[in-house]
Design a protein around this ligand. Sequence first.
Ligand code: ZN
Length: 82
Amino acid sequence: MTPRPTRVSDPNRKRTTAQLAVLTDRLEATERRQQQLQNTLAGLAREVGVSIGCLCGHCDESHTLIKDDTMYCPRCGYRRSI
Ligand SMILES: [Zn+2]
């Protein structure tokens, strides 16, 4: 028995295309949500008078916050004066 050639209507390919569409939708929704949260975070920082600094080099899980010449990480607590 010889193997059949791959056809365009291959159900595996169809499923892969459908999965790709689902992942693309999820990625776009995640990017939109991330942008919304960034906007909210920037507004919140302005409200309370802090600046958002660089990514924390200690835990890499949060951006640092800067207030009164002190930079600190709200996630791991690392802090230093600047
Ligand atoms: Zn940290």
